[in-house]
Ligand binder design. Structure first.
Ligand SMILES: CCCCCCCCCCCCC/C=C/[C@@H](O)[C@H](COP(=O)(O)O)NC(C)=O
Ligand SMILES: Nc1ncnc2c1ncn2[C@@H]1O[C@H](COP(=O)(O)OP(=O)(O)O)[C@@H](O)[C@H]1O
Ligand SMILES: [Ca+2]
Length: 502
């Protein structure tokens, strides 16, 4: 309901409930127990999505009074019937809660902020609190998923990555697709994934909803929003290493996540500590990047086209990349030619090699690592940060805190690509160039002239891929989230919501 009108969009109604005559006791979450039990009543409440500032959503409520209780009952039944026809609204969800991520408040966040809303919306939720890393991914290989309307992740990007990988691997297995074959056309999972932000960075949640707020995300799930999302597969030598949905970073960001993983007890501040430490170290990594540009896309990492709700660039990409039925005998379309219109390559000494499959916006960088990246255009923005003095690298980093152009530096190259490969140049270790073993805290003599370490690791949505050589390929709109993209805060979007998920 917009603030200057009394029109209530049915697609944003959470629930309809009878209301008792005299205000009964409200339980701790502000819901009156009587409201939830059908009685012959002369009033009913319509609970709806109230849009606050900064894309925050809250449950609003308006109460209607009828003279005749049967009319009241009729209204409740009709409205409930109409809500039941909204086929995108979930009825049955599987919820994974990570008690370990972020500030370790995942269970409280779910119980206090999300569960009461799911109950109000008559959503049946099977809740599993994970007991170890990888628990959710393993369960997704064996649990019965057919009766579900979606999966919900209560955690951060790492937890979402676990569920994403579990669901995609399961889907390929059931479809007979070889997930280790880089060129395979992946089958899209039909289940949507919802994210309740309860992690440290929560970049995926922020980049698809526009805010990191558990109640807002829960309301997007309840009304059945649907937002397609690109997923990158990361392979090496015919073996799937991991699926990635947001951020892939080698060098600086890889070293940050490796170092911060040892300091999880610090919670979200572990990234600031490790970030500062790795900034001071400023390691340089030699290697070669080969990439296949998205030539015909009509958009670029440097343009001002932002990916918002109903984005035209993503809509057109979706039409161009409609899934073709999997045919094992059919050879995939592989473009291997180097040169104009084909693959390009860059060899150099890098501080960081990053790939942003969407903006990677988060609280740290509200406009994102790549502000003009799109959620569902089938591309990823490849950002090559060449060796440069610390003060210039700092200038680039600080721009992430603002809206200014973070790519406007001579040492930075950015390409919008469909695929890329990275091969590190293995530096032969001489006796005076031994690897510094941080974990053991042993500092050996280091070749200060080149300050080059053998290899970094890949930061894959906050998880570590300990294999420097990778082949990355973007799969357009492979999965769907219970979200709608970044809502325009002023004018309404140009496309009806949900048009992607017909
Ligand atoms: C001195 C000033 C420095 C300002 C630096 C601003 C750059 C911030 C860029 C943050 C990285 C955004 C990409 C998101 C990655 C997440 O998937 C990952 C894991 O997120 P999670 O902790 O699992 O929610 N987080 C990190 C920091 O690697
Ligand atoms: N019960 C658990 N105990 C320990 N680790 C877990 C558990 N459940 C999930 N994890 C792991 O915790 C890591 C971080 O999860 P995440 O929710 O992303 O938190 P953060 O945003 O703080 O990194 C992920 O690698 C995930 O696999
Ligand atoms: Ca993209």
């Amino acid at each position: 309901m917009s603030s200057d009108s009394n029109v209530l969009d049915l697609s944003e109604v959470i629930a309809v409930t009878p209301v008792e005559k005299h205000g009964g006791q409200r339980n701790k979450d502000g819901f009156s127990d009587i409201e939830l039990t059908p009685i012959s009543c002369s009033r009913f409440a319509v609970h709806y999505v109230e849009k606050k500032r900064g894309r925050v959503w809250r449950p609003g409520r308006v109460t209607f009074k009828c003279q005749d209780p049967t009319v009241c009952r009729e209204w409740i039944d009709r409205l409930q019937e109409r809500l039941n026809q909204e086929y995108l609204r979930p009825r049955r969800l599987l919820v994974f809660v990570n008690p370990f991520g972020g500030k370790k408040r995942g269970v409280q966040i779910y119980q206090q902020k999300v569960a009461p809303l799911f109950d109000l919306a008559r959503i049946k939720a099977d809740v599993i609190v994970t007991e170890r890393a990888g628990h959710a991914q393993d369960l997704l290989q064996e649990l019965e998923l057919n009766k579900l309307d979606g999966i919900v992740c209560v955690g951060g990007d790492g937890m979402f990555s676990e569920i994403l990988n579990g669901l995609i691997v399961r889907t390929q297995q059931e479809a007979g697709v070889d997930k280790d074959w880089l060129a395979a056309e992946l089958v899209r999972p039909h289940l949507r994934i919802g994210i309740i932000p309860a992690g440290s960075t929560d970049a995926v949640s922020y980049a698809t909803v526009g805010v990191n707020d558990p109640v807002t995300s829960a309301l997007h799930i309840i009304i059945g929003d649907c937002q397609p999302l690109d997923v990158s597969s990361v392979h090496y030598r015919s073996q799937l290493l991991r699926y990635n949905v947001s951020f892939l970073g080698y060098g600086f960001y890889g070293d940050v996540v490796r170092d911060s993983d040892l300091r999880r007890w610090m919670g979200p501040t572990r990234y600031d500590y490790s970030g500062f430490k790795k900034f001071c170290r400023r390691k340089i990594y030699e290697g070669e990047v080969a990439f296949l540009p998205c030539a015909d896309q009509g958009s670029s990492p440097y343009d001002q086209i932002r990916c918002t709700e109903g984005c035209l660039v993503c809509k057109q990409a979706g039409e161009k990349n409609k899934p073709t039925p999997f045919n094992p005998s059919e050879e995939p379309r592989a473009v291997e030619t180097f040169g104009p219109g084909g693959w390009q390559r860059v060899r150099g000494r890098f501080i960081a090699i990053n790939a942003a499959t969407n903006s990677c916006a988060c609280k740290k960088t509200p406009k994102g690592v790549s502000p003009a990246a799109h959620l569902a255009d089938g591309c990823t923005d490849l950002i090559l940060i060449h060796a440069t003095p610390r003060y210039r690298f700092l200038g680039h980093l600080l721009k992430h805190l603002t809206d200014s152009d973070r790519f406007n530096h001579s040492f930075i190259e950015v390409y919008r690509v469909r695929e890329f490969k990275f091969r590190p140049v293995i530096i032969e270790e001489t006796e005076d160039e031994q690897v510094e073993d941080e974990e053991a805290g042993v500092l050996s003599r280091r070749n200060r002239r080149r300050n080059t370490r053998r290899n970094s690791v890949w930061n894959c949505d906050g998880e570590i891929i300990d294999q420097p050589a990778v082949d990355v390929k973007v799969h357009c709109q492979l999965i769907k989230l219970f979200a709608r993209g970044i809502e325009e805060t002023k004018q309404s979007s140009c496309w009806p919501v949900g048009c992607f998920c017909a």
